[in-house]
Design a binder for this molecule. Structure first.
Ligand SMILES: [Mg+2]
Length: 235
């Protein structure tokens, strides 16, 4: 059991609210297998067109060469490259996958009751993930436990906040939330992210779930479920 006093809780998704294996075994392969068709079918749509421009520029290929763009994106997925245009496209593809009933979501069972308790106590709740805001909201909307987006006050990704391993990103989120860093709590399964938040003056609690072998939490302040975290609201 860990006790914390804060005004807002910002949480990571993969390995924290959701199983990493769901991301790697279900979400990434789905986006990879639908990427080529998505680019062809949606190349005139503004969000996809902007992503194609950005990918082509990063790869140094012609933006009309959709084959080269798609191949580059597939390679990024395989290498888990956290590039903003890739994250944008994955979010759009997943959103369609959920709408078609082809994709499942995953949120650990201890998460929804904890979010309800914290929200009822007056805490502000936010999600910060490398996955796009579109992808985050689609994942929370399609949880087995129901649509959980009503429990989330704000969403941040690498486009709106910056990379998760940099202190500047957490300073930026604190500014956007208009809450002093000391009153913010970050939850993650990755020590480098917790260290970056800590460097920005945030409080941090590591998430070390059973079976989540990718977790790198080494700090003393950690829990294995959200239910082990007792939060007092600072006014
Ligand atoms: Mg994580």
């Amino acid at each position: 059991m860990v006790e914390i006093s804060c005004r807002a809780v910002v949480m990571d998704i993969e390995g924290t609210t959701s199983a990493a294996r769901h991301v790697y075994d279900v979400l990434f392969p789905y986006a990879r297998s639908h990427m080529r068709a998505w680019l062809i079918d949606h190349q005139a749509q503004p969000a996809t067109a902007a992503a194609i421009d950005a990918v082509a520029s990063l790869l140094g290929v012609d933006r009309v060469d959709l084959d080269a763009v798609a191949t580059g994106l597939e390679e990024w997925i395989d290498a888990d490259v956290k590039a903003a245009p890739l994250k944008t496209l994955q979010g759009l593809i997943w959103e369609q996958g959920y709408a078609r009933g082809e994709l499942t979501s995953h949120i650990f069972d201890d998460v929804p009751p904890a979010l309800r308790t914290w929200r009822a106590a007056g805490l502000l709740l936010a999600v910060y993930s490398s996955g796009s805001v579109t992808a985050q909201r689609a994942l929370f909307a399609n949880a087995d436990q129901g649509d959980l987006n009503s429990l989330i006050d704000a969403n941040f990704d690498i486009t709106t906040a910056g990379p998760k391993g940099e202190a500047l990103s957490y300073e930026h989120i604190a500014e956007l939330l208009e809450i002093p860093a000391r009153d913010l709590l970050f939850l993650s399964d990755v020590q480098a992210e917790l260290d970056a938040a800590s460097e920005a003056g945030w409080q941090t609690v590591g998430i070390l779930r059973a079976g989540e072998s990718q977790a790198t939490v080494s700090q003393e302040s950690n829990v294995s479920t959200f239910g082990d975290l007792v939060i007092q609201v600072v006014c």
